[in-house]
Design a protein around this ligand. Sequence first.
Ligand SMILES: [Zn+2]
Length: 524
Amino acid sequence: MSYAIYLRKSREDREAEARGEGETLARHRTALLDLARNRLLDIGAVYEEIVSGETLAARPQMQQLLEEVAAGKWEGVLVMEVERLARGNGIDQGMVSQAFSASGTKIITPYKTYDPSNEMDEDYFEFGLFMSRREFQTINRRLVAGRIASVKEGKYLGGRDPYGYERYKLPKEKGWSLRVVPEQAEIVKKIYRWYLDGIGSHAIATRLAAEGATRTAGTSWTSTNVLRLLKSPLYCGYVKWGHYRQKKEIRDGKLHKCQREQKEYLKVKGRHEALVSEADWNAVQQRIAARPGVPMPGNRSLRNPFQGILYCKCCGHRIQMETVIKHPADGSVKRFHTLACRYPTCNVISSMFYMVEDALMDALREMLHGYQLDLSAPQPGQDGQREQLRAEIRLAEREIAKADEQLRRAFELVEQEIYTPEQFVDRRRELLARKEVQQAALQTLSARLAELDAAARLPERMIPAITNVLEAYPLAETPEEKQKILQSAISRIEYEKLPEPGVRAQDCKLKLVIYPRIPHHDTF
Ligand SMILES: [Zn+2]
């Protein structure tokens, strides 16, 4: 992808020109073309604002450029200062900021590069500050106030059709409301009825799957979305605002977005038809709140040491721990734990918790033995393969450097007018294409080498880690301790136990696939 240049005079420039300081746009064009040449950026277009309006509406070139930026046409835009992109009023700035950040288009000035695709980029943060300084947040606040006002008028604000309804545009006024979708509405009513009859959300999802009922977009029902439906006041005729808040968290160096349910949220009588009575809806909420075994948020203590590690090999969902309570005839109470995949359509068989622990220890012992063998008798040929890859990487790097040098020379030749502009364009395209091929090759080769390096160093890293798990796990007292020990050496375990003809469920073969946790900080 190539880059665009955007040139525009500010009011100060026009005043300076009036004092005879020379033509600003020509000076800026040279400066930005120099910048492009120094950084080997391919310029695909130059936008020059002839009229110098302060608002977007008065800047046709900027409108055109923004449309292209929003469509992701450009890798980046070169501009003298960020302010040249967005002055004018706050709404203009919001649009500019939105177009650049949504498409991840870079803004390159002679002093700084702003990369919106990198939220951790300090320079981009500064760009955000620039925008907020110029009223960006005010618009946002105004927008929120507007949305709350429409909720208060009973309008539906969601961007998607909620299950059971479809959105329609309100006639003769702004906003949307909901119309009942009869087939889906029947299922909604059934879910509420079942829940009031004492059937749990998991069993409801299983029943729906058995009936072949799908959600919108053909996805199947899970206990989570059954519960979410049961909790939504939409179904007793209300609209809401702020029920779920998005929360951004950084975990393991990655940005995660999750939705948090809020205790307090705005709830207003809507304009749409209810599917269940308010009394029924309230009764359902009471049942949900009184559900046994739901840990209170805040003092949630870990019960399952496999949490976050153990997944179903068949459907990919997590394997969950359940407590089963039995009352044998002797009057005692027996309590034991099982591990099971609760995904409704999955037919993986559950296991007693201790059996999975035993199987895991066996699997780890086997793995340790395998690594010890690898270490004492390394695979022949691997070193040679890595050496070969390193040689190919050096070659690709040399080719890229050569293409860069040739590009630099092509710029000189066109400047000295040895190349015609047409010859230059052809030459540059050819060189860029050659460089791109080499870069792609370099990427593939480096990834392959990193993989082989990691594999070669795996035994020496994993032997102490697994030995530690085998020694420490049996001594650990709390689920938290156990989880910590497991996570020190294992990133994921996949669980498989499938029905076998003529074999009792609990006697079917349990298979665990273990993915070692490879420490990434010392890979090279
Ligand atoms: Zn499963």
